[in-house]
Unconditional design. Structure first.
Length: 291
């Protein structure tokens, strides 16, 4: 548990992600049953299939336990799996531990990170959010005057609180591939950058964190179009691609889209320096900021 500004944030209760997991499960179960949405709707006594389709797309607010139970009956789900899915339905009706920061996130990123088994991130121009220092994060939010001054401190707090997921026993492995441009772009000041890069070196010692640097002399590569993250969940739930901008976050679980970004990540990963070399490279750049 991590405390920020008197509020407690834990990394083990994510109703929004439970709803996503439940939606993916009932979508998969129907596909395995061979039934159409219309056929299932008829058995449920619903007028048409769109209601089920919305459930499968996670376009619902609070799943109803009795409806989920009836769907599981139709799909003839074994008792053990049935109990798991009914538990998901119950857990999905709560409120996220991140609700105090809900207005600051354009999507459900903290909840997704809390449920992930692995996060693979490529960053082209900035240090990954989970690995930023408060000073670096504050300088980014203050740049350009886009973020209201009254929101800056809460945004920094929320970003720092997100890092608690790495210390959770069931938290994800984090693999970050960082372009050299992100290490050399001065955010805030030389002092802020030196502190940030030293912090990166320290975080690389975390047993769940792997840091790799793509140096300029690696030349052109397939990830140059921009940053993205691949977020993996416990099998058989599908992974997603997360792409964030200053105003919105896009979360895509289309299998072909995920596969394409996996190929891109693997390609840039292969161009990166080895972990020990990457740490030395980060250290050499930090030393330049210290001068």
């Amino acid at each position: 548990m991590t405390k920020r500004g008197g509020s407690a944030v834990t990394a083990n209760r994510s109703p929004g992600v439970h709803r996503r997991r439940l939606a993916a499960a009932i979508r998969r179960l129907r596909a395995e049953s061979g039934l159409t949405a219309g056929e299932v709707a008829k058995r449920m006594g619903w007028s048409a299939g769109p209601r089920l389709t919305r459930m499968e797309r996670n376009e619902w607010k609070f799943p109803k336990r009795d409806e989920i139970a009836r769907l599981l009956d139709i799909y003839d789900v074994p008792d053990e799996q049935r109990e798991h899915l009914l538990s998901l339905a119950e857990e999905s009706r709560g409120r996220s531990d991140w609700h105090q920061y809900a207005d600051l996130f354009p999507g459900s990123l903290p909840d997704l990170e809390a449920e992930a088994t692995r996060i693979r991130s490529y960053e082209a121009l900035a240090i990954p959010g989970l690995l930023q220092t408060p000073s670096y994060s504050k300088a980014i939010f203050e740049s350009g005057g886009i973020v209201p001054a009254e929101d800056t401190q809460r945004k920094v707090e929320s970003r720092m609180a997100r890092r608690s997921v790495l210390d959770a026993p069931s938290g994800p492995q984090l693999i970050c591939v960082i372009d050299e441009a992100a290490l050399r772009r001065v955010v805030g000041s030389a002092e802020v950058m030196a502190e940030q890069l030293r912090f990166l070196q320290g975080m690389a010692a975390h047993y769940k964190v792997t840091l790799l640097v793509v140096p300029f002399d690696a030349g052109a590569h397939t990830a140059m179009d921009g940053a993205f993250s691949l977020i993996d969940f416990p099998s058989p739930e599908p992974g997603i691609v997360s792409i964030s901008t200053g105003v919105e976050s896009l979360y895509v679980e289309d299998e072909a889209y995920v596969d394409r970004h996996t190929l891109i990540f693997d390609a840039v990963h292969n161009l990166a320096l080895a972990p020990r070399q990457s740490l030395d490279y980060i250290g050499s750049i930090a030393a330049e900021y210290d001068k």
